[in-house]
Write a protein that binds this ligand. Sequence first.
Ligand SMILES: Cc1ncc(COP(=O)(O)O)c(C=O)c1O
Length: 478
Amino acid sequence: MTERERELEAFRTQAHALVDWMADYLRDIERYPVRAAVQPREIIGKLPASPPSDAESFERIFNDFREIILPGMTHWQSPNFYAYFPANSSPPSILAEMLTATLGAQCMSWATSPAATELEERMMEWLREMAGLPTSFTGVLQDTASTATLCSILTAREKKTGFAVNRLGFSPSMRFTCYASSEAHSSIEKAVKIAGLGKESLRAIAVDGDFAMIPDALDQAIREDLARGFTPLCAVAALGTTGSTAIDPLRPIGEICARHGLWLHVDAAFAGSAMILPEYRGMLDGVELADTYVFNPHKWLFTNFDCSAYFVKDVEALVRTFAILPEYLKTAEAGTVKNYRDWGIQLGRRFRALKLWFVIRTFGLRGLQERLRHHLALAARQAERIRKDGRFEIMAPVPLNTICFRYHPAGVDDPTLLNSLNARLLEAVNSSGKAYLTHTKLRGLFTIRMVIGQTAVEEEHVLATWDLIRSTAERMGT
Ligand SMILES: Cc1ncc(COP(=O)(O)O)c(C=O)c1O
């Protein structure tokens, strides 16, 4: 046997061992504390300060993975994970990621792996159809919604200035403003900062009682900025805010943007997956007025992080914003094929479409719909249980599967006391290791969020977590 053959035989044995471990891990995942139970710097203290000079065995490395790394992991694939938004995965997605890693292709251009480009094009058409988006949109995969939103704002800036900022930088006469609701995700502020617009150019538009943007407040803010000599550039509407999955009304927002000549981006990072359910498509009303739209299959469509679906109307403007063509990237097919390196920020691209292909085919559209409907039904029943329990209260509408609630025992009405009581309750629940939930503040009030969207979550998990929350609250007193 040659050295290479020996190496590959060892790889075969190790890969089989790993796959066995992976299947066991997913089967036994509920045995682990959901939130990592380690102290800051605990893990780094167990890692040698310098790299090994001699080769180490797979057995040793894998053992250290189990002993040192695993205890420091939060188990996002646990059915008792209700924190943030899920980054849910599924067996077909994991298998595809193994193939992607094995192929190890860098898919920046059509020529660097034609199948990756063409599968991505087809997957984006499938997603567009599945998610009820108009055919006027063309899709491309990005790593995250943050990147997609940045691409959108950069394209808006370039289109508005006739591509002048890319060429010449900003001129003093350019005083742009951007708009998003006060509940919008922090990635919008980050994008505005990176795009060179200055975070003070971002206006926080007021929300209504349901935490959705008030269109009239947007209109008024734009008018005030126009009167003060600013150039309103773009608005970002949230289809599902991070705090409470509030749904900004796209049609009136789109009409206001059209009237004032603003670019409109829709951030549907989490809730966009629910659009594969026709009964929720009312939320999309007016989406045809948007210039760009993003949602994350890596949140609620069983596809490993990272995988963000970005849709644009004006492909030419996108490509003109990002295209560069040094000699070493020129290929014979230019002009006849898509080179996705020009559709976003980075040059190098992972082969992300493969996992989508595996997931969509393995579940089928109907299978995906059933799983989402199951999550939505679990959430509806859990919201009802909270509503019926006089010691707890629901803090926001539940349009999808994010439940915002707090503990509010009789006789305790001081807002500061309630905030600290709920913070203590949340910490006690999470440190039990049995479930993991996170919080937000709604109108300044500490609010516990429970997002029921983990791939394997069932009623038994929700009920056990609800018991845990109630019994912890009872034990705590005030
Ligand atoms: C509404 C919303 N937009 C954007 C993001 C950022 O997503 P990503 O991590 O893909 O950048 C999130 C993350 O949770 C989100 O909830």
